[in-house]
Ligand binder design. Structure first.
Ligand code: PLP
Length: 284
């Protein structure tokens, strides 16, 4: 079924939504994006995603053509127009179209587009089995806190992980895990502490990560925001990733070594259940 997508103020069948070859998103990856989960036709963690979008735009000097209220309304309208029950909304905003030049054009008109993807996010079969990850060098740019569409290295890393028989990659820089190719990486130590890398330019500031830390605190699970090594991860009791559509997903092996007993860990599954309960209840 053809989707209805949003492009610069117009609602169009997906085949009719066209962007110029001079768009700076196409030529320079001069564009940012957000992915918002949808459950029961409602937006999960919208406020966090809207705030991070604003932060990315500020970092790059891109101005959103819509007011915050109108942007929320477009999210709601795209759900309605596509009768989306479960899945995600992808939003991308590029600096706009201009003749090719490294310098930013003066007063460009940004290109704003949104589309939906239907996907069962609650009943993910990987929750029962957990996923395997391969360790790969982090060769992305140094401003990973800005959610840009420069996703070629994460794509390469996912392909390399698959060729090694793993579901995903955990990226390593200077001897420490930065994050997964498209999610935040976390471990739980043998004494039951959640360990996650602190916010910096090295990682994306995950919206799910922030909520999981709040939930851990309320559930009495101690956490430490510090970098951890691949050896520490392999020796951990549990490991998991977080992201807008994976929520909390167990990692059961790292470079072929089982994590803990090689099964999804109890604290990981508890955090997943608490996260889903909390965030579906507050979805808008
Ligand atoms: N880290 C990277 C590199 C990502 O691409 C993502 C999500 O796309 C995340 C972390 C998780 O962020 P969030 O929880 O906001 O989806």
């Amino acid at each position: 079924m053809s989707r209805i997508v949003y492009l610069n103020g117009a609602w169009l069948p997906e085949a009719d939504a066209k962007v110029s070859i001079f768009d700076r998103g196409f030529l320079f990856a001069d564009a940012i994006y957000e992915v918002t989960g949808v459950v029961g036709g409602k937006l999960l963690e919208y406020e966090g995603h809207a705030a991070r979008l604003q932060r990315s735009m500020t970092e790059l000097g891109i101005t959103c053509p819509l007011s915050p209220d109108d942007l929320l309304e477009v999210h709601r309208e795209i759900v309605r127009r596509n009768a989306l029950n479960e899945g995600l909304i992808y939003l991308q905003i590029s600096r706009g179209t201009a003749d090719r030049d490294f310098a930013y054009p003066k007063d460009p008109t940004p290109t704003l587009t949104l589309f939906t993807q239907a996907k069962p996010v609650l009943d993910n079969p990987k929750v029962a089995t957990g996923i395997s990850v391969a360790l790969l060098p982090d060769q992305r740019w140094a401003r990973r806190d800005i959610k840009t569409v420069q996703l070629l290295y994460p794509s390469m890393a996912k392909m390399e992980a698959a060729s090694r028989g793993a579901d995903d990659a955990w990226l390593v820089e200077d001897g420490f895990v930065t994050e997964a190719s498209s999610a935040t990486a976390h471990i739980i130590s043998k004494d039951g502490r959640l360990i996650t890398r602190p916010l910096s330019h090295a990682i994306l500031h995950g919206i799910t990560r922030a909520s999981v830390l709040d939930i851990a605190e309320e559930a009495g699970i101690a956490f430490e925001e510090r970098a951890f090594t691949p050896d520490e991860a392999m020796d951990a009791a549990e490991a998991f990733i977080t992201s807008a559509t994976n929520f909390v997903l167990p990692v059961v092996s790292i470079d072929g070594q089982p994590v803990g007993d090689g099964k999804p860990g109890p604290l990981t599954l508890k955090l997943r259940a608490l996260y889903i309960a909390r965030k579906t209840a507050s979805a808008i």
